[in-house]
Design a protein around this ligand. Structure first.
Ligand code: SF4
Ligand code: SF4
Length: 380
């Protein structure tokens, strides 16, 4: 069964598997319809449409048909195809023309995404040109329900969130990207081939971004979950062995604030394959074995892998650790949403009986018993 998570504080609930429609661009309508039908059948309710082309937008809208109001569209503002197939534009008349075209097909847009804010130039193009004002007005006028943005750069994404404008973001998250230094241009790195030698443990800027999102109630939808397929490829994986699709999904879905992974499925079979994640056991989703083959920069820090389960007291240890990490960012100002997530757990830190079985299983020497006690105290 599909699961749904709230996207930050938007009040909207996204299926944990979403459909990134990019790979449907250029495909025959029959294939697009069949893929979208399969997505709807398994309960997918969030679709990313960043593609600027008229034909693909029309085909997606046609394939959704009467289901438009049952799903959420993540539609991008500033995505054009003026100079090349996919282009970033901040020129307002052009931006408006492309976005109005998107509205023509979908009526309204659930998440109006300020497209591709990765660099200083992107930031200025959005916040110093009237672009952001245009997006704000779209929301005031009801053309978009929520403001979001997309980025691959953790430092820039942090800056955008701190403007207070967006309610959610589409960010590139996978295990390999999280091991790269924050300043790396991930798209060119992807293009050249992911390189294990560049990994330096979890990049602190990325980790801080995810916890900031959780703290501020900014929901994350995820792109590049599979690293453009490289993480699951025997030939291209940067790890000693490839991850599975489910393991990549689980990695992204276990980061703080993540609501949904937008997968680029292009056939019914790929949708059904991704849906297998929903019925898998924790062992099948566990990605921690890959991390053990890397230089051990993880000691003592929870990576939310779930390898420590099962707990005889029924505690979801990774979640307790996650909320504890967020609370520790600023113990005097723990957001109410984090308190409420913590208190919503069926069993929490106070239930720990100190059996130690989790610590024996944890590959990263996390002081779990101490963490459970710390969480119990902090959240009491
Ligand atoms: S405590 Fe260890 S095993 Fe458990 S989720 Fe954290 S890192 Fe993984
Ligand atoms: S030590 Fe506590 S958290 Fe760990 S398995 Fe035992 S009861 Fe669960």
């Amino acid at each position: 069964m599909m699961q749904y998570r709230e996207i930050g504080k938007t009040g909207e609930y996204a299926s944990i598997i979403g459909l990134g429609c990019e790979n449907l661009d250029g495909k025959p309508f029959g294939q697009i319809k069949d893929t979208i039908d399969a997505a709807l059948e398994i309960g997918i309710n969030v679709f990313d449409v960043f593609m600027p082309g008229n034909e693909i937008r029309e085909n997606i809208s046609k394939a959704l048909g009467g289901c438009r109001d049952k799903v959420m569209i993540q539609g991008h503002i500033g995505s054009t195809d003026i100079r090349q197939q996919y282009d970033i534009c901040r020129d307002l008349p052009v931006v408006k023309k492309y976005f109005e075209n998107l509205l023509r097909f979908f009526g309204y847009i659930d998440f109006g995404m300020m497209f591709f804010i990765d660099s200083q130039e992107d930031y200025q193009g959005v916040f110093e040109t009237g672009f952001a004002d245009y997006v704000w007005k779209l929301k005031q006028q009801g053309y978009i329900k929520h403001i979001g943005f997309s980025s691959h750069n953790p430092a820039m994404a942090t800056r955008v969130i701190k403007t207070g404008l967006p309610e959610m973001m589409l960010f590139s998250i996978n295990l390999a990207f999280d091991l790269y230094p924050a300043h790396t241009n991930m798209l060119s790195e992807l293009h050249q081939g992911l390189n294990k030698m560049a990994f330096h443990g979890f990049d602190p800027t990325r980790a801080a971004l995810y916890t900031l999102c959780e703290q501020k109630g900014i929901g994350i939808t995820v792109m590049k979950t599979l690293g453009a397929g490289k993480l699951i490829s025997v030939e291209h994986t940067p790890f000693d062995q490839p991850l599975t699709v489910a393991q990549c999904m689980h990695y992204a879905l276990t980061r703080p604030a993540v609501a949904s992974v937008m997968l680029g499925c292009q056939t019914r079979a790929e949708i059904l394959d991704a849906a297998k994640y929903l019925d898998m056991k924790d062992e099948q989703r566990d990605y921690s074995y890959v991390m053990k083959t890397l230089r051990n920069d993880f000691a003592g820090n929870c990576v939310y892998c779930g390898h420590c389960q099962p707990c005889p007291a029924g505690i979801d240890i990774a979640s307790v650790n996650k909320y504890l990490d967020i609370a520790r960012l600023d113990v005097k100002n723990v957001p109410p949403s984090v308190y409420s997530h913590y208190s919503g757990l069926a069993h929490s830190g106070k239930d720990c009986i100190g059996c130690g079985s989790c610590e024996r299983r944890c590959p990263f020497d996390v002081p779990i018993i101490n963490n459970m006690a710390a969480a119990a105290e902090l959240f009491q």
